[in-house]
Design a protein around this ligand. Sequence first.
Ligand SMILES: Nc1ncnc2c1ncn2[C@@H]1O[C@H](COP(=O)(O)OP(=O)(O)OP(=O)(O)O)[C@@H](O)[C@H]1O
Ligand SMILES: [Mg+2]
Length: 314
Amino acid sequence: MTLEGLTVVEVGPEAAETVVAIVHAAFGARPALDPPATALDETADTVRAALAEGGGLLATLDGRPVGSVLLVPEPESLLLRRVAVLPDAQHHGVAHAMAAKAELVARDLGMERTRCLARAELPGTVRFWLGQGYVEVAHDGTSLTMVKELPVVVPVPTAEEMHELGRRVAGLLHAGDVVVLTGELGAGKTTLTQGLGEGLGVRGGITSPTFVISRVHPPLGDGPALVHVDAYRLSGAVELDDLDLDVTVEDSVTVVEWGEGLAELLAEDRLEITLTRSVGGPEGPADPAPEARSARVVPVGARWVGAGLSRLVA
Ligand SMILES: Nc1ncnc2c1ncn2[C@@H]1O[C@H](COP(=O)(O)OP(=O)(O)OP(=O)(O)O)[C@@H](O)[C@H]1O
Ligand SMILES: [Mg+2]
């Protein structure tokens, strides 16, 4: 949620005084922790040095500075430190907006993921990061390391490239993986699945599973089978294992064509691929620009941490 009047910008050392004031106000209002948070030891000088090194984010609500983050570029991730929102500005989407901006910064820097540390004693904070798509990857005393593998957007201007994207996705997959495909009629779901099947080395004949709920494509070699499911025809919450397939989800790669918002019912860890087609060019629907198709690949769950999704972008 982004409120009107809420902006997040990148800042450098010039913002040190503003940022240290927000950090002190935000961390000072938290319950006392053992060991205590070191955020209260920050001074304008330490914050200035951090901002000079890796930069930071400053959020303003109607022009008033209310939130800040220190950024630390690491080899493959962007670390978010001292994520702070003024107590009276909480529950306005400020932290969410800063987290989203940090992801954009990380992607511009060519990084695979963002990372932060959260205190286990603050369940609300941990829940916040989980809600942003972070997963817990390490637990050191009271300090949790949480990471978010960044979504990848791949332009797919032709059917050949959609096929090729499927082959590249297959290169990331192994038995037990679930891929959820979303896209309107004719978006390219079957084309992508055909490439995926080729990449996995399964028996072909992949078509839209319109008249059957699922189809199993057995492997030609040692790899997993491909299970292709049309979930549009399933109603309500359904477990994949309830489909009564003659193979199990654990032994196969499962591709589910599914409507948005229902995927979380299917598998905790999954790769969500959404195919979109732009209607018209920059001038709107009447603009006869060549249609631009793209695939947005969103990794969900610990399975995808370190999976190297950036390899999907040619
Ligand atoms: N990236 C692309 N650019 C241009 N054309 C494409 C692209 N991907 C697929 N196509 C073409 O679009 C048509 C529909 O593709 P496809 O059958 O894969 O879509 P679908 O999403 O499975 O459709 P349905 O909802 O009917 O099952 C095909 O003719 C295919 O060759
Ligand atoms: Mg299809």
